[in-house]
Design a protein around this ligand. Structure first.
Ligand code: MTE
Length: 326
């Protein structure tokens, strides 16, 4: 378990390791039922998998042409792993929670409001977002700060296409992404693990980089709820927490935005959060990673690559000390 030391010296679990009471209690019931033999052979994760597949059976297909510039030799993570091992704290802090609880999220109707330092503020509904630019399939690595990674075929287009449409003015230096904040749809919001809504941000040039993907689907379908339906971003050279899910607002700002994880633990989660094997997290090394799906007893850990292997972004940080701006 990952332990965090609080200012008063008491050990706190890393927030992803906290098991909410309801989940803990349902698990205890589950174990009790197992003991009395009323559930023969299942595991909690299998139950979560079944939920994910039930959702996937009704999922809408989303056609997109594969972009060969972002094809990848590495084996893709299975759909099952990508949809049952998630971080989406609005639905709980356990990896299985989002697949179990995200059924209450209503991804339609949906709209995104775009505001702030731009010439053309607007609100776009989902159909307008889907039509704004040709959808592409891009296979990206996603590396989580917790030390695991996945390889996922995402569907979307460069966020730059949307940014050009709203015309940032000369004050715009940063972009803030704000997630849905609705307790009726997101039971995890009742728990104060983070300051809600979940907010992330990028520098404008990072947001404009062609790799930054406005993401509407994965594996040939619309995004499953647990992966951030109906619209999220994916920033593949940064730790996964920069890739905000279920976005309702995009705001262009002059000042660097405050972000959910930076507010929660500023010494551990910097604004930049570029994948960097040379800068360890204060509590654990970032030098290597475990690829989800390769978890066998003899599975080899992979070396983590600078910028998660996306070296084309290096010019964005020319002259910056990435130990200081971690
Ligand atoms: N977005 C919101 N709104 N809430 C979250 O808790 N978790 C982040 C990110 N986006 C998170 C979020 C983290 S820590 C990671 S690693 C990725 O989503 C995980 O994305 P995935 O579940 O699709 O793999």
């Amino acid at each position: 378990m990952l332990i965090k030391r609080s200012p008063n010296g008491i050990d706190l679990p890393f927030s992803s390791e906290i098991t909410p009471r309801a989940v803990f209690e349902s698990r205890r019931d589950f174990i009790r039922q197992l003991a009395v033999g009323s559930i023969a052979s299942a595991s909690l994760l299998e139950m979560a998998n079944r939920e994910a597949f039930a959702q996937s059976a009704s999922a809408q297909k989303l056609a997109a042409a594969a972009n060969p510039a972002y094809a990848m030799m590495e084996k893709k993570t299975s759909y099952k792993d990508a949809t049952t091992y998630n971080n989406f704290y609005e639905f709980g802090t356990d990896k299985a929670d989002p697949a179990i609880h995200a059924g209450s999220l209503k991804p339609r109707p949906w709209s995104i409001t775009i505001e702030g330092e731009i010439k053309k503020p607007m609100t776009l509904d989902l159909d307008s977002l889907l039509k704004l630019a040709p959808l592409e399939e891009r296979v990206y690595r996603l590396r989580c700060v917790e030390g695991w990674s996945m390889v996922i075929p995402w569907i979307g287009y460069s966020l730059a296409q949307l940014i050009k449409k709203v015309e940032p003015n000369s004050n715009a230096r940063f972009v803030e992404f704000i997630t849905l904040d609705d307790k009726k749809q997101m039971p995890g919001l009742r728990s104060p693990v983070l300051e809600w809504p979940y907010v992330e941000g990028l520098r404008l040039d990072e947001a404009m980089h062609p790799l930054t993907l406005l993401t509407l689907g994965m594996y040939g379908e619309v995004l499953p709820n647990q992966n951030g339906a109906p619209v999220r971003i994916v920033v593949p050279w940064k730790y996964g927490f920069k890739s905000a899910k279920s976005i309702v607002k995009i705001r262009f700002t002059k000042e660097q935005p405050r972000t959910a994880w930076n507010i929660a633990a500023p010494g551990e989660y910097g604004f930049y959060s570029n994948v960097n094997p040379a800068v360890d997290h204060p509590r654990w090394s970032q030098a290597s990673e475990r690829r989800i799906g390769e978890d066998g007893l003899f599975a080899r850990k992979r070396k983590t690559l600078m910028f998660n292997g996306y070296s084309e972004v290096a010019p964005l940080y020319a002259g910056m000390d990435l130990k200081k701006f971690f």
